[in-house]
Design a protein around this ligand. Structure first.
Ligand code: ADE
Length: 240
């Protein structure tokens, strides 16, 4: 997969691509991350990329001609072009899974007050990572790229993402490692006894419980198996 990031601040991505799972995925040719400085596509003196908004008001607006020139020079016919903006579709794990199946993604990051609206015609999707406003799209682009890259085959040692929070539709069950006892808190017995069916049931129950207590909205969207429905009834009896 190739991910191309169009940004005014390419250096912000250097720690992101230089550490841990992302670095390893790049080193192993699982993904190529290309950083493109939008400023390189300014034809103006002093490499300006923005201007004051028509109609007045505070802040500066990124110029559509520069953004389009940058996009045209760095997209390929099969690229999926994402524009990071708080006005976009709210990003989620399903989108990460869908994007991880693509060969070529271009992510455009804005900064300052925003983009000239006319750039929207040339992008495939506007994406937001949440209902809050960042100083620019860079951190949002890293969140999106990170969530995609970890799903690529060979990127992590654990190839199975079936139990990830949200992949199942539920929050993930709790995990424990040594020591067995910490300041009086012990690891649940079921995890120590080695009965795989009981462990499966325990984890499903705890996933459901956490999701019920923290994110009821996720449960509303799910089709529950009979086993899950029975567990959920018990969880409701014990927690309501
Ligand atoms: N740019 C600024 N805020 C953002 C957000 N919440 N999501 C995506 N891009 C952004």
């Amino acid at each position: 997969m190739k991910i191309t990031i169009l940004t005014l601040f390419p250096d912000m991505f250097l720690p992101f691509i230089g550490e841990s799972i992302i670095k390893r995925a790049i080193d192993n040719n699982i993904v190529t991350v290309e950083l493109v400085d939008i400023r390189d596509y300014s034809l103006e003196k002093h490499r300006h990329v923005d201007d004051t908004p028509y109609g007045g008001g505070a802040g500066m607006v990124l110029k559509v001609d520069i953004l389009k020139r940058c996009l045209d020079a760095n997209r390929r016919p099969n690229s999926k072009v994402l524009l990071m903006t708080p006005q976009g579709k709210q990003y989620n794990q399903k989108m990460a899974e869908d994007y991880s199946k693509l060969d070529d993604i271009v992510i455009m990051c804005g900064h300052y007050e925003g983009f000239d609206e006319r750039i929207l015609k040339y992008v495939d999707e506007e994406v937001s990572i949440g209902d809050y406003v960042l100083t620019g799209g860079e951190i949002a682009a890293m969140a999106v790229a990170d969530s995609i890259i970890r799903l690529l085959k060979g990127a992590t040692r654990d190839e199975s993402h079936e139990d990830d929070s949200f992949s199942t539709g539920l929050l993930e069950y709790p995990q424990f490692t040594r020591p067995y006892e910490f300041l009086g808190d012990k690891v649940p017995d079921v995890l120590v006894n080695g009965n795989h069916e009981l462990i499966r049931k325990y984890r499903l129950y705890e996933s459901l419980k956490k999701t019920y207590l923290r994110r009821k909205d996720l449960l509303d969207k799910m089709e529950l198996t009979k086993e899950m429905q029975e567990m959920l009834s018990q969880i409701k009896r014990e927690n309501d």
